[in-house]
Design a protein around this ligand. Structure first.
Ligand code: PCA
Length: 214
């Protein structure tokens, strides 16, 4: 049996929900097939504790693959993050009131890490199934990027474990009366059921174009 660890965040920035946790939670204990079970964990939206919670659960579940989810209000599609940078610059305070500015995630760590998920193959399958999804080249400089960087730093020593980060749009409930893009957590769940098996089964990512010009 193999485990996929999904994480989502608690609400932050004045919101009362975080669709990243709603989507992850809905998949907790779900079997992708006879061999692979998903486990979901909520991470605190704090610089101080989020990485520790992630690391504890990686030790606990010994997953074959870790996908962390986060809300990125304003994004219009499923944004698979390619790059985690060793830089924190919090525009708002986290849920503990901390607002670190211009600090590394890990002192003396490399400038950046790449996702080790086969993003092109995953995107192809998602597009074929009708989901709006793309690769993003910035996970921001807040808690999500910190968690993504910390995850990839940790997995340096566990190369058999794949890791990545997915930013998702607001949920429809968060944008009522606003001119903002949204995607329902149920749709995110459906998309994850399409792309997680691809992530587990694809050894070598596909060599197809998917970049941006800006
Ligand atoms: N989004 C924030 C942190 C938690 C979340 O869901 C971010 O993009 O950094």
């Amino acid at each position: 049996m193999a485990t996929v660890l999904l994480t989502g965040f608690e609400p932050f920035g004045g919101e009362s929900i975080n669709p990243s946790w709603q989507a992850a939670q809905a998949l907790d204990a779900v079997w992708l097939d006879d061999e692979v079970q998903i486990r979901a964990v909520q991470l605190p939206c704090t610089f101080a504790d989020s990485l520790q919670t992630l690391e504890q659960n990686i030790s606990r579940f010994k997953p074959a693959l870790v996908l962390c989810l986060g809300q990125a209000g304003g994004r219009t599609d499923l944004s698979f993050e390619k790059v985690a940078i060793n830089h924190i610059d919090a525009r708002i305070a986290d849920n503990a009131g901390a607002q670190p500015i211009d600090q590394p995630v890990i002192a003396q760590g490399p400038a950046a890490y790449f996702s080790t998920l086969p993003l092109k193959a995953m995107l192809s399958h998602l597009h074929q199934a009708g989901f709006a999804a793309s690769i993003s080249y910035s996970a921001g400089t807040f808690v999500c990027n910190q968690v993504f960087y910390g995850l990839m730093h940790l997995l340096q020593n566990q190369p058999q474990v794949r890791g990545g980060f997915l930013h998702i749009p607001y949920s429809p409930a968060q944008v009522l009366g606003k001119q903002q893009a949204s995607m329902s957590p149920e749709l995110v769940v459906q998309a994850l059921k399409v792309c997680l098996p691809v992530a587990l089964q694809t050894e070598q990512d596909w060599l197809i174009a998917g970049g941006t010009l800006d």
